[in-house]
Design a protein around this ligand. Structure first.
Ligand SMILES: Nc1ncnc2c1ncn2[C@@H]1O[C@H](COP(=O)(O)OP(=O)(O)OP(=O)(O)O)[C@@H](O)[C@H]1O
Ligand SMILES: [Mg+2]
Length: 264
């Protein structure tokens, strides 16, 4: 894919998308009326209370589910089914336990992909995520962070135009989490795929996103989009970062409930 195609191809446009589920005879309105554009090549974070519909929204973008009303378009094209151009990374790594690292990564590629090229590409992506030397290891022989790297490589090996991350680092310790955040940012800077990160972690949302999108619940709607205008590289311990964190907290919890130390 050419750089130009990448720039125009990955815009996500969600127009008046609504989604309800029927459960035990009741209708649960999960997504209210979502209107959102994510520019091609941008990286944004979504935060919102548990159950507000973040994963449902990602599933609509991925073509794993469909809105009842409204539509989702990627690069101008209506999303009607899952596509190799849209990579999804879930909270759990979902590796095949009986397959080696290289086979798990190759699993991301279409079956018909030429064998010699497959081998070269797998080696390239193993290097990209820092797994050199673990080609033959089974998932059970890898740490949680390494398993996550395998999942990242498997998702990226198709060079998707859009990368959807649903709380991908949730189960990891703080250091591994920070390492993987750096890794994803580094790869994003190189590949510029449109990236949407759902997270519970406000610091992660600010550190990773050019915008922090806040969702409110019942039904899930976009309540605020906050631009992250911090100098690069972002420094987690800087005063500017702390101010922005306070602002996101305030927007997220509402003025009244904000603990005093966050009032600015
Ligand atoms: N297939 C389904 N059938 C019925 N209800 C569903 C289905 N999928 C999601 N829901 C409901 O939709 C609501 C939103 O779920 P969703 O998984 O999108 O939330 P979330 O914001 O990702 O939450 P969390 O932060 O806990 O992951 C929940 O109340 C959930 O029970
Ligand atoms: Mg979820």
């Amino acid at each position: 894919m050419t750089e130009k195609a990448k720039q125009t191809g990955g815009e996500i446009s969600i127009r008046h998308a609504k989604k309800s589920f029927r459960m035990e005879g009741r209708t649960l309105e999960v997504l209210g009326d979502i209107d959102l554009t994510i520019d091609a090549g941008d990286i944004v974070s979504i935060i919102g209370a548990s159950g507000c519909g973040k994963s449902t929204l990602l599933r609509l973008i991925a073509g794993l589910d469909f809105p009842d009303e409204g539509e989702v378009r990627i690069g101008g094209k209506k999303v009607e089914k899952p596509s190799v151009d849209v990579g999804v990374l879930f909270q759990e790594s979902r590796l095949l336990p009986w397959d080696t690292t290289e086979k798990n990564i190759a699993f991301g590629l279409p079956e018909k992909f030429p064998r010699d090229q497959k081998k070269k590409l797998v080696a390239e992506y193993m290097r990209l995520v820092g797994l050199d030397g673990f080609e033959k290891a089974l998932p059970s022989q890898l740490s949680g962070g390494m398993q996550k790297r395998v999942a990242i490589a498997r998702t990226l090996i198709n060079r998707p135009e859009v990368l959807l991350l649903d709380e991908p680092f949730g189960a990891l310790d703080a250091f591994t989490r920070m390492n993987l955040q750096e890794e994803v940012i580094r790869i994003w800077k190189q590949e510029r795929m449109t990236t949407v990160l759902v997270t519970h972690d406000i610091d992660e949302a600010i550190y990773m996103g050019n915008k922090v999108i806040i969702m409110s619940a019942k039904p899930g709607v976009i309540s605020k989009v906050i631009r992250v205008e911090l100098p690069e590289p972002r420094i987690r311990t800087s005063g500017d970062f702390a101010l922005l964190r306070a602002r996101v907290f305030r927007e997220f919890y509402g003025e009244q409930e904000l603990p005093e130390e966050y009032s600015i």
